[in-house]
Design a protein around this ligand. Sequence first.
Ligand SMILES: Cc1cc2nc3c(=O)[nH]c(=O)nc-3n(C[C@H](O)[C@H](O)[C@H](O)COP(=O)(O)OP(=O)(O)OC[C@H]3O[C@@H](n4cnc5c(N)ncnc54)[C@H](O)[C@@H]3O)c2cc1C
Length: 360
Amino acid sequence: MADAAWDVIIVGQGLAGTTLAWFLRAAGKQVLVVDADEPVTSSKIAAGLITPITGQRLVKSRNYDELMAAAGRFFTWTERQTGRTFFHDRIALRLFRSQAERQNWSERRGRPDYQAHLLTPQPAPLLDAELGDAGAGGFAMHAAQLDVPAYLEASRAVLAFEPMNLDWQRDVAFGSGVRVGRHQSRLVISCEGYAAARNPYFSSVPFNAAKGDILSVRFHRSVPAQSLHRGIWLAPTADPDIFSVGSTYDWKRLDRQPDPAARREIERRLKEFFHVPYTVLEHRAAVRPILSESKVLAGLHPGEKRLGFFNGLGSKGALQAPYYARCFTDFLVRQTPLPEAVDVARHIDRGCAPPILPTR
Ligand SMILES: Cc1cc2nc3c(=O)[nH]c(=O)nc-3n(C[C@H](O)[C@H](O)[C@H](O)COP(=O)(O)OP(=O)(O)OC[C@H]3O[C@@H](n4cnc5c(N)ncnc54)[C@H](O)[C@@H]3O)c2cc1C
């Protein structure tokens, strides 16, 4: 072990791997991040929206306040570390699509834990009639947005990084430490997103992944830099004229091929209420790494303690990554137990796991 150049090698520089690398580095660990450097990944196309009240039922996200506090602290800290800006406060407008949604909201809006996220006073009108139709009502809330590509790029410039498309059978060998390509380390951690479904050591981890298509559109009139949610969402980008519009959920075709039917669906929903003419600049798709029960999982392989796993950020990578990366770091560095629900070990049957490859 004395010759191990790295304490940890992280495989995957998406939201999971990047965020974990920052926490481990801050805890004094020597960390190398390797990544296949693919042009389209879930993190690279994500809109980075962080919204407290979501979905058709208009419920507040589970543990939102705790997760958001961790995200806010972490992303503003990384902005200082990198000298770049990528974390923004946003106003999110939620417009109702149906009477049922309006009814759901009327049952919740008075609760203090919901009130705390609402703008006071609420904007009137909610949406400029020249932009779109907010006739069925809605509400405005405090939200946030991570410019995910900018965060990944700024982090890559600071973290030790190497492009590598890692084949676990070919490139990884466990001995007294672990060899990853030409590197020696004490620990290797898979942060591979949906690609981890093909990782031979974690094949029993239950994915419920969903492909999402997203459009990049240029509006032909100025649109305020707010996110807008009504069946689909519109999210600002670094260019004030360009918005991301998405997204769809497809649990069957788990590939990164843009789907013309998904594009039609997004545009249909956009035109239902938004009047501003636009041009579609780009259409991309990727697979969200959703695990069953929408749980984030982390921890060490029960058959090989030099092998770790961090995955399952699902549709809420920007909100969840910092809180869970800190939990995992506390476990690795300070032996703080992982919450049982988070521990990946409970999904791996030691007896059925593929044999850990011997040292070469
Ligand atoms: C259309 C769409 C919109 C979204 N919008 C939002 C949003 O608004 N807000 C939000 O919070 N979340 C959003 N998400 C979800 C978010 O993108 C994910 O939660 C997050 O990106 C998952 O990050 P990850 O690092 O786990 O996986 P990934 O982003 O998939 O990253 C994994 C990385 O590992 C690399 N890799 C994999 N295997 C290997 C290997 N063997 N060797 C080397 N490298 C490897 C991949 O190339 C990739 O770079 C969206 C997702 C989609 C698809």
